[in-house]
Design a binder for this molecule. Structure first.
Ligand code: DQA
Length: 140
């Protein structure tokens, strides 16, 4: 099974950025732990701060991987284009957020991508990514 994790803008700074919200672990460290926890899954990782690069990656991998775990960061709340990209590909996409966006500013309460995704997981810290992987495994 192949699963691609995509992180959007500012998520390259996990472990440094707003630690009280996002924790103090870097994504590289978390990704290594995930790979150890799921040796049977081919886990791939892509991060970009650029909307078009995220769309290109969804187009490139979205017909071959078994699932995409997508934390689109702030583009979640603004990007019609990302929603369209998710609808355009075959692989199921799970939207994830580290924080519970519904307890935060009102502009984070709306997602432009949720309706295109298989499901949404938010608010479990870094564990949100693992929960999304479990959801993809269980639906296979
Ligand atoms: C986030 C929530 C977004 O609102 C925010 O812009 C992020 C991270 C999260 O993982 O909690 O960059 O997607």
């Amino acid at each position: 099974m192949k699963i691609l994790i995509i992180n959007g803008p500012n998520l390259n700074l996990l472990g440094i950025r707003e630690k009280s919200i996002y924790g103090d672990q870097s994504f590289d460290d978390y990704f290594k732990a995930l790979q150890e926890a799921y040796p049977e899954i081919e886990l791939q990782y892509f991060q970009s701060n650029h909307e078009g690069a995220l769309i290109d990656e969804i187009h490139d991998k979205g017909f071959t991987v078994d699932g995409i775990v997508l934390n689109a960061g702030a583009y979640t709340h603004t990007s019609i284009a990302l929603g369209d990209a998710i609808r355009a590909v075959k692989s199921p996409v799970i939207e994830v957020h580290i924080s519970n966006v519904h307890t935060r500013e009102e502009y984070r309460h709306h997602s432009m991508i949720s309706a295109a995704c298989r499901g949404v997981i938010a608010g479990f810290g870094m564990d949100s990514y693992r929960l999304a992987i479990e959801a993809l495994i269980n639906k296979k």
